[in-house]
Design a protein around this ligand. Structure first.
Ligand SMILES: Nc1nc2c(ncn2[C@@H]2O[C@H](COP(=O)(O)OP(=O)(O)OP(=O)(O)O)[C@@H](O)[C@H]2O)c(=O)[nH]1
Ligand SMILES: C[C@H](OP(=O)(O)O)C(=O)O
Length: 210
C-alpha cells in the first residue's frame, strides 16, 4: 500500500520546547520519522515522506518536498491517487513512535472506505483512504471532521482502536511512552540525551539527568 508520511521538517515538535531545544527537536523528530518509516516498510507498506523541506533520511523511503499546508499537500496526493485509479492510500503521521509493523499491517488490512486511528485529543494519527472523494482536514478536532467528511460522501468508516496508533508524541508527558513501549531510534535518542523514566511522582513521567 502507498503510505504518505507527512513531516514538518523545519520547526518540528514545538510543544516539546520546555524539554528540548530547537536542534534537539529536529534530531528527535527525525529519529521518530525513521522509526515510523522502518515500521511501514516492515509492515509491507511503501512509504513516501511528504516533507516541508528536503531531509536526509537514513531509512528506506522516497522523500517528496511540499511546503504547502499539511491538508493541501496530503489532498493533492489523494486526488492524484484517485485520478490514477489507486484503490487505497494510507497516511501515517511521523510522530507515531509506538507504531510497529504488526499494528500497521493490521491497520492497513482493516476493512472500510475510511479506516481511522484517532489520536488522543481529537487528532487523526493515521488513515487508510479507499474512497476517491475523501479529502483530509487536519488540525483541531480533525477526527470528528474526518467522520463528517466520510458521512457527507457516503464512505463507510472503521475506527481503529489501538494504544500504539493513538499515541502521538506531542507533549512532554508523551515522552515516557517512548521509553516504556519502544526500542528504536527515538528511544535511543532519548536515552543518549539523558532521559529516564521518573517514578518519583504520582504519575510516571520522564526526567533529564544532563
Ligand atoms: N508535510 C507537512 N507535515 C506536517 C505539517 N505540519 C505537521 N506535519 C506533520 O504532521 C504530523 C502531526 O503534526 P503535529 O503534531 O500537529 O505538528 P508538529 O510540527 O509535529 O508539532 P507541534 O509543533 O508541537 O505542533 C507530524 O507527522 C508532523 O511532522 C505541514 O505543514 N506539512
Ligand atoms: C495534524 C494534527 O495533529 P495533532 O496536532 O492533533 O497532533 C491532526 O491530527 O489533525
Amino acid at each position: 500500500m502507498a503510505v504518505l508520511v507527512p513531516y514538518a521538517a523545519a520547526r518540528p515538535k514545538t510543544r516539546l520546547s520546555d524539554f528540548l531545544d530547537s536542534p534537539e527537536r529536529v534530531s528527535f523528530s527525525r529519529a521518530m520519522l525513521a522509526d515510523v518509516v522502518d515500521a511501514v516498510v516492515d509492515s509491507g507498506g511503501n512509504p513516501t515522506v511528504l516533507a516541508t523541506e528536503p531531509v536526509e533520511l537514513d531509512a528506506d523511503a522516497t522523500v517528496e518536498v511540499d511546503d504547502r499546508p499539511l491538508s493541501t499537500a496530503v489532498n493533492d496526493r489523494l486526488a492524484a491517487a484517485a485520478d490514477d485509479g489507486d484503490d487505497s492510500t494510507a497516511v501515517v503521521m511521523s510522530d507515531l513512535a509506538l507504531a510497529t509493523p504488526r499494528v500497521l499491517s493490521r491497520f492497513f488490512d482493516a476493512d472500510g472506505d475510511l479506516v481511522v486511528a484517532p489520536g488522543r485529543g481529537g487528532g487523526t494519527n493515521a488513515l487508510v483512504v479507499r474512497h476517491p472523494e475523501f479529502r483530509v482536514d487536519y488540525h483541531g478536532t480533525s477526527y470528528l471532521d474526518h467522520l463528517r467528511v466520510a458521512r457527507d460522501i457516503g464512505a463507510s468508516v472503521r475506527e481503529f482502536d489501538s494504544m500504539r496508533l493513538s499515541t502521538d508524541i506531542d507533549e512532554p508527558e508523551d515522552l515516557v511512552e517512548v521509553l516504556l513501549h519502544t526500542d528504536g531510534r527515538a528511544r535511543d535518542w532519548l536515552l543518549d540525551a539523558g532521559f529516564t523514566v521518573d517514578v518519583r511522582k504520582g504519575r510516571v513521567g520522564v526526567r533529564r539527568e544532563r
